[in-house]
Design a protein around this ligand. Structure first.
Ligand SMILES: *Cc1c(COP(=O)(O)O)cnc(C)c1O
Length: 376
């Protein structure tokens, strides 16, 4: 059994993907070719934003968004403590200071309550200027923008949605990657919408930001002259090949893959909900199930279960084994575990199960049976 079966997806989409790759090779237009523009249009329409600027990966997408707002030394950028490193690291790369915020244990997303306390603490400290909130749509579920956006407004902060795992999720009818002032996603192969290498995108509704992002991803060039560099940018483009691969994948994602993962998640929940803590999806929220993550009683139970699954040939993953505040890269900030009780709980108790649109009912039942052999 595979944790995320990319081969099964390729078998289903092979003719369209192969044809896309071949046509890029025939055209020799490898950088910013027509499929990139086409994909940007389709992605913007899908998520419900005016513009999409494709780039080299989800990390660059976050960095480009922060650069376009001029974020740098002296600025505080608030993000979840329980996330992939890039949500935090990108602020540090620009010389800004990331402030890590504890999560809500039921959704694993940034706690709006802890967020407001963290903002007030920074204001009181008087050393940093609060500038941006980077909520993360962890495991496919949008962060609680209903509570986060008013907090951002109250303190005059921008919101940058890290939708690397969130693509396809929504709150009521509003889709992930359309929340806040700007949003980003990643096309790393294992994400809800993945390519065959690295890829990412930034979304915005602002015409000026769109122009700025296109400049920043190409060394700060002017819109009309490649050798007229007006600001400091980076080199971060999406390969035409990746765009050609993503076009049929986006179609399959929208037509049936997203529905399929939601069916699989319901099945897991139905079989497991009385035995372990299964994911909570609040009313009006809809997940794209980048991960299906259960909460065990404690670290010991988790390691026994993970070992048992391993013996049965069932892969499982710990996302994430430590909070960002525990990373060695941030040891000089001297942050205490006491400030992050829910992150600490999560790191000890989470376990992500195999999840992808091509998982069969038989496979789901096999995973469930093996779990129930350990947890009675
Ligand atoms: C994967 C991921 C990123 C970074 O995406 P890359 O394409 O790997 O650079 C950023 N944030 C989160 C939450 C992610 O899961």
């Amino acid at each position: 059994m595979q944790f995320r079966d990319l081969n099964a997806q390729y078998r289903a989409l092979k003719p369209a993907i192969d044809a896309g790759i071949q046509s890029v090779i025939d055209s020799s237009s490898f950088i910013l070719g027509k499929p990139v523009t086409e994909l940007e249009g389709e992605l913007a329409e899908y998520v419900g934003r005016k513009h999409c600027v494709a780039c080299a990966n989800g990390t660059d997408a976050l960095q480009l968004a922060l650069m376009s707002w001029g974020i740098g030394p002296g600025d505080a950028v608030f993000t979840s403590d329980f996330t992939y490193f890039a949500s935090a690291g990108t602020s540090s790369v620009l010389g800004a200071t990331p402030i890590f915020v504890d999560i809500d244990l039921d959704t694993f997303n940034i706690s709006p309550q802890a967020l407001e306390i963290a903002i007030q603490k920074v204001i009181k400290g008087g050393k940093l200027k609060p500038k941006v909130i980077v909520p993360v749509d962890l495991f496919g579920q949008p962060a609680d923008y209903i509570k986060i956006l008013p907090i951002a407004q109250k303190y005059g902060l921008k919101v940058l949605e890290d939708g690397a795992q969130g693509f396809g999720g929504r709150i009521n009818e509003k889709r992930a990657c359309s929340f806040g002032d700007m949003s980003t996603t990643s096309f790393f192969p294992a994400k809800p919408l993945g390519c065959y290498g690295d890829g990412g995108a930034v979304f915005t509704d602002s015409d000026e930001e769109d122009v700025k992002l296109r400049s920043l991803r190409a060394q700060g060039k002017s819109p009309t002259d490649k050798y007229d560099n007006r600001e400091i940018g980076i080199n971060s483009r999406l390969d035409t090949l990746q765009a050609a691969i993503l076009l049929p994948k986006l179609k399959a994602f929208a037509e049936y893959e997203l529905t399929a993962v939601n069916k699989i998640a319901s099945l897991y929940t139905k079989y497991l909900k009385d035995k372990v803590l299964t994911p909570t999806i609040p009313d009006g929220f809809y997940s794209s199930w980048a991960q299906y993550t259960i909460l065990l009683d404690n670290e010991k139970q988790r390691s026994i279960l993970q070992e048992h699954l391993r013996e049965k040939g069932i892969p499982s993953m710990i996302y994430y084994p430590r909070g960002i505040h525990q990373q060695k890269a941030y040891q000089l900030m001297h942050l205490s575990d006491k400030e992050y009780p829910n992150t600490i709980e999560a790191t000890k108790r989470v376990l992500s199960l195999p999840m992808h649109p091509y998982l069969t009912n038989t496979e789901v039942e096999e995973v469930v049976r093996s779990i129930l052999e350990v947890i009675k």
